[in-house]
Unconditional design. Structure first.
Length: 372
């Protein structure tokens, strides 16, 4: 039995496959020297807008910045409320709080771990400005229900698609499902660069223009600052990396889906619990996550066999010190319960069937040992 360590996300094999194209793309930037807002920025924005079907794509310096710039363009004011999920990475609520807004945490559906739309309407107040759902693990939330509630109350919807770029929902793509779609090109994301990067998408011309200005310190023209902005541009070099990776992206998505389906078939046959998949959407497996009891012991057993795991996320945001002030008594029991049981397994487009068999075997052994 091999116990050689395997990567949680295999970016090395991906790089080997794309080495020439990435090198050429980066060399071109070094040759023309437009490191900031060079031609690759526009090229990537055009490619991604066409990919998602959105009218506008604005690249920014990270997924967090995409959320922040979107909320700034919507004019979020101190004291405004944004309804979101606590079972997510901190960046989701951070963008709201940074602007003086109040994240209003609504619990998740215990099966998908995405925000439960049936709980949203009761939390709408006169201060609510937007709803901010997350496509956790790469599966989009119930966007039609969420958009309908937003429409009834005149709210914007900002989709946090940091984990779901490439995912579909009723035939439409993540990023193009709401007022704004935001995504991240953090290296480990399904479409990643080699540093920080992100993008936002919208069909609204005015909001897109506002975002383009906000990303460059609120400038409508050089040294004409018409609004307060940020230094939020994505580097030309990082755009070049994403352009190169896009050439393999559809193949990678297909592989991720095959690997995800194979994991599920092998684990479901042995009674392992996993987040539910909705039949009207196809995820991208940003993470492959299972539910386990006695998680720390299972993680230790897997680690001993060279298999890394991760927890997304152990403590929901309403129980984090920075966000506890936004919690309500008795808030979000399903998020708390999920935080104790979720565990993510190695996942990437280049995970081989042999590696996957090793993961499955080690997990099943660990679970059997626990129940023995
Ligand atoms: C759900 C979610 N939102 C936002 C972000 C922030 O993206 P970035 O790391 O590019 O700022 C992440 C990234 O980890 C994420 O998973």
């Amino acid at each position: 039995m091999t116990t050689a360590p395997m990567p949680f996300i295999d970016l090395a094999t991906q790089y080997e496959a794309l080495r020439t194209r990435i090198g050429e793309r980066m060399q071109r930037v070094l040759d023309h020297g437009q490191y900031i807002m060079g031609p690759e920025v526009r090229e990537l924005e055009e490619r991604l807008a066409a990919y998602t079907g959105a009218r506008h794509c604005v690249t920014v310096s990270s997924g967090t910045e995409a959320l922040l710039v979107s909320l700034m363009a919507l004019g979020l004011q101190p004291g405004d409320e944004v309804i979101t999920t606590p079972f997510t990475f901190a960046a989701t609520a951070e963008a709201i709080a940074l602007l003086g807004g109040r994240p209003v945490f609504v619990d998740i559906q215990p099966d998908t771990c995405n925000i439960d739309p049936s709980l949203i309407e009761a939390r709408v107040t006169s201060r609510t400005r937007a709803i901010l759902p997350v496509g956790l693990y790469g599966q989009v939330a119930d966007m039609d229900e969420i958009n309908e509630i937003a429409h009834r109350h005149g709210l914007a919807v900002v989709e946090d698609g940091a984990q779901s770029f490439g995912a579909t929902y009723r035939g439409r793509l993540s990023g193009h499902l709401a007022t704004f779609g935001c995504t991240s090109f953090f290296p480990s994301k399904p479409l990643g660069c080699y540093g920080d990067g992100g993008a936002l998408f919208t069909d609204d011309d005015e909001l897109a223009q506002a975002c383009r200005e906000i990303r460059v310190h609120g400038q409508s023209a050089r040294y004409t600052h018409t609004r307060v902005g940020v230094g939020g541009r994505m580097d030309t070099l990082q755009c070049a990396v994403v352009l190169a990776k896009l050439e393999r992206f559809d193949w990678e998505l297909q592989r991720r889906r095959e690997i995800g389906a194979r994991y599920r078939a092998l684990l479901a046959a042995e009674g392992v619990e996993m987040p539910a998949l909705r039949p009207d959407r196809e995820g991208v497996w940003a993470q492959f996550t299972v539910f386990v009891d006695d998680r720390a012991a299972v993680q230790t057993a897997l680690q001993a066999r060279g298999i890394p795991t991760a927890v997304h996320y152990p403590v929901p945001l309403h129980r984090q010190p920075a966000y506890a002030a936004f919690a309500e008594p008795g808030d979000c029991p399903h998020s708390l319960a999920a935080g104790e049981r979720v565990m993510s397994l190695p996942m990437s487009a280049d995970l081989s069937p042999e590696q996957q068999d090793r993961v499955v075997e080690a997990l099943l052994d660990a679970l059997r040992d626990r129940s023995a």
